[in-house]
Ligand binder design. Sequence first.
Ligand code: AMP
Length: 226
Amino acid sequence: MTATAPRIRPLVFLGAPGAGKGTQARAVAERLGVPQISTGDMFRDHAARGTDLGKQAKAVMERGELVSDDIVVAMVADRIVQPDCAPGFILDGFPRTVPQAERLETLLAQTGRPGVLAVNFRISYTNLVRRLTGRRTCVLCGEIYNIHFRPPKVEGRCDRDGGELKQRADDREEVIRERLSAYERQTQPLVDFYRERGALLDVDAEAAPEELTRRLLELLEAAVAR
Ligand code: AMP
């Protein structure tokens, strides 16, 4: 049971790895006052803490493959019933397969929530690869930089808190290829899944991050209201 009625429809940010979903989910979530739920971040956190789930996920992630639907769905089911999710939430990196999307629909219906609104981040393959190879993340606050497009003021250090900036283990070129191919095979069909339900908004994700946030907020303002 949620104490507060949802303020907005649950949002799903869809797009290839490197399309900017994480950066935008953080920015938009802050502005809308709802949590950002990144299944990738949750797995990385488990892996860093060395939990059983983390150990299982780590090997799969390092190969650029997807963790099993059962594991991911159970993790998300626990997360979205937490009190901070009551007003709404942004899912970043979930669902990633059609079965995950179907199970999300069931979960939402069971908890009396409205159906999701999906945002499809469209971007060229060349830009994806540049974004992924250039991505660096702050180990302290999770802020995302890019050495080509959005470098920090001091090399290797976060502008916010001076934390060390690290490259993700799966942002190496050989793993990137596998991740992009997993996206095409398993996640791309979700675009049609949500389009057929009239629940898809397309955005041009080639824009600069601040400009894209502005456009997204404009686009979502009317659409997310219940
Ligand atoms: P991300 O940070 O979203 O790029 O996710 C990093 C990795 O975590 C992916 O390459 C997968 O191995 C795993 N992962 C994250 N979300 C999911 C999901 N919804 N389904 C399966 N695996 C996932």
